[in-house]
Design a protein around this ligand. Structure first.
Ligand code: SF4
Ligand code: SF4
Length: 451
């Protein structure tokens, strides 16, 4: 029998009340998910007094899962160990490649207008050289490539050229690799999917309008794009027998889509709700304009803007039908962006070596090198060093979310010294995902009741 006096609550517990006033707990270090069923009609709080009302079996569960830890453990010290092992010593190199910044779409809410470039084959040779040198210098064991653009599939020829070369590189150095792609899906016909999948492109994010008669994602000739993308998705679903890929169908939400949410859910549930290879991501359309000249276009979309809270409510309501992979988003060290570490780079379509793949314009510190048209690689180590942080921020040492964020949730904000807002939105996203996961069918919560 354990004496509760010898234990304290872990600093890595995060808690959220669900819609039935049950208490949802995750310990971000052990990744456990626990739901304490509320048998009263009062709010319950996670504290030792409350835990002392549980039977031994549950107390043991809280101890085994790290919700309760021995008094002598100093978790603040663990932060440095995690940072060293997961960030400094990370064995994976993360490269984002913009094949082109051309796009075959002119979406109503897109404000990207950049000089157009396509990566040349010689520059793909340069990227291979860059990766090879990194493997030699840092001993990476795994390479993660993410294809991005513009519309990356407009640069398919270069992608396939590169994928052939990375396969040879991985054999030479015995490193593994895998790829993802963010695409509008219009050019993702069955043959293209098959060849990409064969070349280890296994994660796909495809954005679609949401309903066939709603159009914000126009082709450059003004025609709607929904039907073709939907057809591509159905063809992949019906003709690819393998399970080892994930397609995340992203819908950018406007007021119009929100007002017709039941139709959206019905359509996608019917076609993809029973196929584990398809997940969903719902994001509100933001005013992504950033120049005075964008004003008129931004005004047109203004009445369609909705809040993040509205979209989160939709996800909570329909997560039993569509899989939002909420649990995956809560996993330890599952960061998407490695710009604020030595392990993450973006190669722009003109060959510039960048850190952040989001702030592509007017962000001088982002540019740290170049792969020229002859495939020569230039990296400015002084510029890069500004993006590399030897230790977490002081505030991270008392942050329950550290194992999820690793103090690397946004390198650009860290560089600019404006993490406060990023931290707040990261934490609120984690809490929302905890609650969304709890409503999912087949969720992984242990259910616990006191008394
Ligand atoms: S959320 Fe903020 S304070 Fe917490 S670990 Fe991340 S960067 Fe640090
Ligand atoms: S804005 Fe921040 S999180 Fe996004 S890609 Fe850039 S560095 Fe990463």
């Amino acid at each position: 029998m354990n004496n509760l006096n010898e234990y304290k609550l872990s600093m890595f517990n995060i808690v959220k009340e669900d819609k039935n006033r049950n208490l949802l707990i995750t310990n971000t270090l052990s990744n456990v998910l626990i739901k304490i069923l509320n048998t009263t009609n009062k709010t319950i709080e996670l504290n030792k007094n409350f835990l002392s009302t549980f039977n031994h079996e549950y107390i043991n569960l809280f101890i085994k899962t790290g919700v309760l830890i021995p008094n002598h453990i100093n978790e603040h010290q663990i932060i440095d160990d995690i940072y060293f092992n997961e960030v400094i010593k990370n064995e994976r190199l993360d490269i984002i490649i913009l094949t082109t910044n051309r796009c075959n779409f002119s979406c109503a809410y897109c404000f990207q207008k950049r000089e157009t470039y396509d990566l040349k084959l010689s520059q793909y040779d340069g990227i291979i050289k860059f990766i090879e040198q990194k493997i030699i210098d840092k001993g990476y064991k795994n390479i993660k490539i993410r294809w991005f653009g513009g519309e990356p599939l407009l640069g398919k020829k270069g992608m396939l050229y590169f994928l052939e070369k990375i396969k040879l590189l991985s054999q030479k150095y015995k490193v593994s690799y895998g790829c993802g792609i963010i695409t509008n899906g219009y050019l993702l016909d069955l043959d293209t999917f098959k060849i990409l999948f064969k070349n280890k492109v296994i994660n796909y994010q495809i954005t679609i309008d949401g309903l066939p008669d709603v159009s914000y994602r126009f082709l450059n000739n003004g025609k709607p794009s929904f039907d073709k993308i939907f057809e591509n998705l159905i063809n992949i679903r019906d003709n690819i027998k393998f399970n080892m890929f994930l397609i995340t169908i992203r819908i950018n939400f406007t007021r119009e889509i929100l007002n017709r949410i039941d139709e959206v859910i019905e359509l996608f549930y019917k076609e993809f709700g029973h196929d584990k290879r398809f997940g969903f991501s719902f994001i509100p359309v933001f005013d992504w304009s950033y120049k005075d000249s964008d004003f008129m276009k931004a005004q047109q979309i203004k009445s369609q803007l909705i809040t993040e809270e509205e979209v989160i409510s939709v996800m909570k309501k329909y997560v039993d039908k569509l899989d939002f992979k909420a649990w995956t988003n809560l996993k330890f060290a599952n960061n998407e962006c490695w710009a604020g570490t030595p392990h993450g780079y973006t190669i722009d379509a003109n060959g510039d070596i960048l850190k952040c793949d989001f702030k592509l314009d007017d962000f001088k510190a982002n540019n740290i090198g170049k792969i020229d048209l002859l495939g020569n690689v230039y990296l400015d180590y002084n510029r890069e060093s500004k993006w590399i942080f030897e230790s977490p921020l002081p505030e991270c040492y008392s942050c329950s979310y550290f194992p999820l964020c690793l103090s690397t949730s946004c390198g650009a904000a860290k560089l600019d010294g404006i993490m406060k807002n990023k931290c707040a939105s990261f934490k609120s996203m984690a809490l929302d995902y905890l609650e969304i996961e709890s409503y999912a069918k087949n969720n992984k919560f242990y259910e616990v009741k006191n008394g």
